[in-house]
Design a protein around this ligand. Structure first.
Ligand code: 4AD
Ligand code: MG
Length: 481
């Protein structure tokens, strides 16, 4: 095997240096054999497009070793292709099977596998076109988010993963302990004595980096976090994970309107980044969805293709309405009157379900919607209270097919109001002295939001199950791989 440097398939496919000799390495995705010639479709993960390798006069041993899934290294001549399917192809001069995959037992054959089946073999599903596309796009979206904030002068802060505070106050935390579960130390009241635990107090995995993010923003002005978050909520839906990644910008001197502007600008920026930089993968996912839709009845097909949807989001302002207006729209909708919602909308104060969010976005406004000013009872303690005494300066961004993709708010900057709300909601004020301190020492108006990274990837790829946009999903009953 020649020692010259390997070229990635994405670069080779673009190359016009025909008749040069190159080295390619990758995995066989497909093979066709006839009497005098064999064709291999080879992929190295750099692109959704396969390289065609031509083996002239193949012998039986080599062709049988070139099974689907095997890894190969090939020295060959890059030539202009005869057919019109691809620009060039590689004529093998020296081909070596470096890792054989036994076709009798290799689970991935070149045919359509269901996403459910691929989830069971998540250690191998990267080797399919669809997951290659999803994970290349996921990478690009992470990069685009860092670039967006960096270019605006935001600072990336890493907030702790192990924490003693429950930011959202929903009590959905995973405990972190080194204590012997069969022999827990108890205090005089019979409660677990966490003072004997590793950190000397009760700790959990974080549900959000926001509270610590606020501390940084109240000195650095504009920061963001991008890290893993954990929620022990037992919701087995296509939009919930127990371990997911969240981007949380936090900005001093921003009110709720500045916050909405930033969130809309960021979403449009990353969608544009995907269209500009991931078009091969998006086209692949787009065509796949068009094919899937063919099996659906006409009225269930989506009115736009994936790429049209992304372009539409770029071209239009998001609708901005209050929770109160949203409840009115929902209450008076024919959908509600005909009792088509599983959860009927009858009164102000209800928490909106995903079916309500999707109705607003997909049927009423037909574009992304930002809902603000929710009832304080259904939102977290840290949100700025409005003068009406009933609502808080929350903002949720809702998008088609998913519902909520972003949740955020202006923060309560007034020490007394914050303390009162914490007491009302049973948030331990002593332990949270550090959070209250920011309102005591030089408090300022500030805001922030959280973007669920996997929900963003669902939106950009058009995938329908959140388990298919994170490499190794953690959901109730599943922590495989
Ligand atoms: O609305 P949430 O709970 O807001 C917060 O955590 C705030 N502390 C954010 C902030 O203001 N800094 O979560 C934010 C987003 C949701 O809109 C959703 O996209 C995503 O995180 N999310 C989940 N994604 C996957 N699985 C789950 N279980 C999720 N829970 C929330
Ligand atoms: Mg939320």
């Amino acid at each position: 095997m020649s020692k010259s440097k390997r070229i990635k398939i994405i670069d080779l496919l673009k190359s016009e240096s025909y008749d040069s000799t190159v080295v390619v390495k990758g995995w066989i995705r497909n093979k066709r054999v006839s009497k005098n010639v064999a064709f291999l479709a080879v992929n190295d993960g750099s692109t959704v497009n396969n390289l065609q390798i031509v083996i002239n006069d193949p012998n039986d041993e080599l062709t049988s070793k070139c099974s689907v899934g095997s890894s190969i290294a090939c020295v060959g001549k890059w030539v202009k292709s005869q057919g019109d399917k691809q620009a060039g192809e590689l004529i093998a001069e020296n081909l070596e099977v470096t890792g054989f995959a036994d076709p009798e037992i290799y689970p991935l054959q070149p045919k359509k596998h269901s996403l459910e089946f691929l989830r069971e073999i998540a250690h191998l599903r990267f080797r399919t076109n669809i997951f290659g596309a999803v994970f290349r796009i996921r990478h690009s979206m992470a990069y685009a988010i860092h670039k967006f904030f960096n270019d605006k002068g935001f600072f990336y802060i890493n907030t702790p993963i192990i924490t003693a505070s429950d930011c959202e106050g929903a009590g959905e935390m995973f405990h972190v302990t080194t204590m012997d579960l069969l022999n827990l130390p108890k205090d005089e009241f019979g409660a677990i004595d966490y003072s004997q635990d590793f950190f000397g107090k009760e700790t959990s995995l974080t549900v959000s980096g926001q509270l610590e993010g606020e501390l940084a923003a109240l000195a650095l002005s504009e920061i963001y976090t991008f890290g893993p978050t954990f929620r022990a909520e037992n919701s087995n839906t296509t939009r919930h994970l127990a371990e997911f990644w969240m981007i949380e910008p936090e900005m001093a001197f921003y009110d709720i309107n500045d916050n909405m502007d930033l969130a809309e600008e960021m979403l449009k920026y990353v969608v544009k980044y995907a269209l500009d930089n991931c078009l091969d993968d998006l086209k692949f996912l787009n065509d796949r969805l068009i094919n899937e839709e063919k099996d659906k009845p006409q009225n269930e097909r989506s009115p736009m293709t994936l790429i049209e949807k992304l372009e539409f989001v770029l071209a239009n302002d998001f609708a901005r309405i209050t929770y109160t207006e949203a409840v009115d729209i929902l209450k008076n909708s024919n959908h509600n009157k005909k009792k088509k919602f599983k959860y009927p909308v009858d009164s102000w104060g209800i928490d909106l379900q995903s079916e309500h969010e999707r109705y607003l976005v997909e049927h009423h406004f037909k574009k992304p919607v930002i809902l603000t000013d929710y009832p304080k009872e259904i939102k977290a303690f840290y949100m700025k209270q409005n003068d009406d005494g009933k609502t808080v300066r929350a903002m949720d961004i809702l998008v088609p097919q998913i519902g909520e993709i972003i949740g955020g708010s202006e923060r309560e900057a007034d020490y007394d109001k914050l303390l009162t709300r914490m007491r009302e909601m049973g948030i331990p004020e002593k332990e949270m002295y550090w959070y209250l301190d920011t309102r005591k020492f030089g408090t300022v108006e500030h805001s922030g939001f959280g973007l669920g990274f996997e929900r963003l990837i669902l939106f950009v790829t058009g995938m329908s199950n959140i388990r298919d946009v994170i490499a190794f999903p953690r959901t109730p009953g599943n922590a495989e791989f």
